[in-house]
Design a protein around this ligand. Structure first.
Ligand code: PGA
Length: 253
């Protein structure tokens, strides 16, 4: 995967297929072909939107999956089912999954392995809570999440995934990490990747920042050396706002 920028919208539990289709059609008219734009959409939108996006620069993906290939897991969805519906990537370990649904690093790790085996690109989310940051534990928390969520992967596999650093205190709160605060953690993540998988792998992994990204701060965040894109929640729901983030570089020329 090229080192970015990859700009991903995470719609969470928003939009019907009709609403999603209208959004993608409008977005297609307003994005540069060289920008990688990804949309993590509700399961029910996958088929329709992967059709609408076609072979454009917009990739459609899901927000979660179960690690098992099949079985008695009522209400769950497998990697193969996501592929069958046109998904190309999947968010894994989003803080809402970790905190509201009790997902552990071990569970996220099983999903990462399954996603890679199934040809889905995992976007693995990590990040500390405010309490952990205040206690000076940010790096320790990040290290534990990286060790746990990426356990057992080889360098080739790590090159095939995306990491998203999303400080929990910045998600949906309007409070963004400053570019310096975010860069500090991103640089730490890249150092840790270097330690675990070597220079070549560490240099290639896309690391996105997420947490209250908006048109006003996207460019400044992505200008940091180790920030290769953004993962956008709330500001990805309105197509004009999201298009401004996608086209952030137009303001810089
Ligand atoms: P936010 O969400 O942009 O609304 O803070 C980010 C996310 O949850 O990925």
């Amino acid at each position: 995967m090229a080192r970015g920028p990859v700009i991903t919208g995470n719609w969470k539990m928003h939009k019907t297929s009709a609403e999603g289709t209208a959004f993608v059609q409008k977005l297609l008219n307003s994005v540069d072909s060289f920008t990688q734009v990804w949309l993590a959409v509700p399961f029910t939108c996958l088929s329709a939107l992967s059709g609408t996006a076609g072979d454009s620069s917009i990739k459609i993906g899901a927000q979660n999956m179960h690690p098992e290939a099949k079985g008695a897991f009522t209400g769950e969805i497998s990697a193969e089912m996501l592929r069958d519906s046109g998904a190309e990537f999947v968010l894994l370990g989003h803080s809402e999954r970790r905190h509201l649904f009790g997902e552990s690093d071990e569970f996220v790790n099983q999903k990462v392995h399954r996603a890679l085996q199934s040809g889905l690109i995992p976007v693995v989310c990590i990040g500390e809570t405010l309490e952990q940051r205040r206690a000076g534990k940010t790096e320790a928390v990040i290290d534990a999440q990286l060790d746990g969520s990426l356990k057992g992967l080889n360098g080739q596999e790590v090159k095939g995934l995306i990491l998203a650093y999303e400080p929990v205190w910045a998600i949906g709160t309007g409070e963004t990490a400053t570019p310096d605060q975010a860069e500090e953690v991103h640089a730490h993540i890249r150092r840790k990747l270097r330690e675990l998988w070597g220079e070549e792998v560490a240099d290639q992994v896309v690391i996105q920042y997420g947490g209250s990204v908006k048109p006003q701060n996207a460019g400044e965040l992505m200008a940091q050396a180790n920030i290769d894109g953004v993962l956008v929640g709330g500001a990805s729901l309105d197509v004009e706002t999201f298009a401004q983030i996608v086209n952030y570089n137009k303001k810089m020329v």
